[in-house]
Design a protein around this ligand. Sequence first.
Ligand code: UDX
Ligand code: ADP
Length: 462
Amino acid sequence: MVSTAKFARNILCIGAGYVGGPTMAMIAARCPQYKVTVVDINAARIAAWNSDALPIYEPGLLGVVKEARGRNLFFSTDIEAAIKDAEIIFVSVNTPTKTFGAGAGKAADLQYWEKTARMIKRVSTEPKIIVEKSTLPVRTAAAMSRILNANGNNIHFEVLSNPEFLAEGTAVEDMKNPDRVLIGAPDTPSGIKARDIMVEVYANWIPRDRILTSNVWSAELSKLVANAFLAQRISSINSISVLCEKTEADVAEVARSIGMDSRIGSRFLASSVGFGGSCFQKDILNLVYIAESYGLHEVASYWESVVLMNNYQKRRFVANMIAAMFNTVADKRIAVFGFAFKADTGDTRESPAIAVVRQLLDERARVVITDPEALDNAKTDLADCLDQVEMVSDPYMAAQGAHAIAICTEWQQYKVLDYKKIFDSMEKPACIFDGRNILDHEKLFAIGFNVFSIGKPARKHY
Ligand code: UDX
Ligand code: ADP
């Protein structure tokens, strides 16, 4: 282990995933005076962070990691030694939705968090600042504080909430130049002292007026609410997309005109096959669970409808495909373009493509999936039905002999393919279902495709 003596602060992050890895790399790159260590129970993941083949695909991230790795950024599996050494510990372990017991399907599964807290308590010999980085239900910090500070060994742990707002695919830019950083701390002398230390860390590269402080509960809730509001915008515009398909309206035109109202704003109004990602659904369900646990059923069902609308949008996409393809896709080859939950990431958690592919398989379609970064994760997601799907990295090969293409991820490269060449290699009539509205639909129609998009009238030759 590298000596801590020459560093101004010793920071540790437990959990080297999509959140922990990039955020710590950025802190280390921006603060060479701090030692930053990232640990994980997954040895393969740590080995990957120590190589040039990082475990996650994120544009620009390798450069940031390389700037600091070996200088003041270290990836290790020696969790206990790292805990002993650290003054500030970020906890960034996974908090998936519970799949069992009370709250199954909605509440957060806190077992990884609690195990981490117990380990911190067991091995620490000095006071520490514990920072919640993973998204957690409101008041988790209080529970963690109780676990950490119970049966006093006279070591004080100050638990803060510092939710992460980065979005995958743009994580590096988001962290370099965040809209805001939020630090929730208890209003006690030790809480304020810990908060000020965290403010000082971020002030190394972020203007002070963008570093917000609040109480712990507000910080925890703000993270859930930010994601709920963002997801709500997508479900709202997706609900309008259904209406547009039934009428002569075009959802992109509607989004543009409402988005120019500065009170509404133009972002997060791109109608799609549905939102995915590890956060939106999980955080809304968490909010729903919290509201229900306080008996606030109207509040709970209001937010739950955002997820229900999203599920409807995914189902509807496949239903439209079947209807357009003469009410059967059985034995028809269908090329799914994109499996990641959004462009510029290999992450497939809650990706709408999973639901689309599974429904197509239920209908006995022959599915071929292509994606520039997500095929490894796709293999894990579809482990139970791998014998029924084909995966190829070349979209031209995927489309060969297909009856239809379904665009599920808005990868830039799909916008610039030679669609005439693709059309010529497909079965006829050839259909294209643009689940991201990224293609030039007029041009595709002129080539001969039957074009079905989200929230726009279909363009059919038959
Ligand atoms: C989100 C939040 O944006 C981020 O602040 C938080 O820290 C984590 O959750 P992320 O899930 O990485 O980030 O991606 P995001 O860009 O928010 O997209 C989420 C999903 O919504 C994707 O599937 C995306 O394709 C979809 N989306 C987004 C739309 O369908 N339409 C839009 O207009 C925007
Ligand atoms: P996120 O998107 O929130 O970063 P990930 O699943 O990508 O979530 O990452 C969480 C990481 O936390 C995983 O790499 C997992 O191995 C790690 N992890 C889970 N429990 C522990 C633990 N007790 N100690 C160390 N690492 C852990």
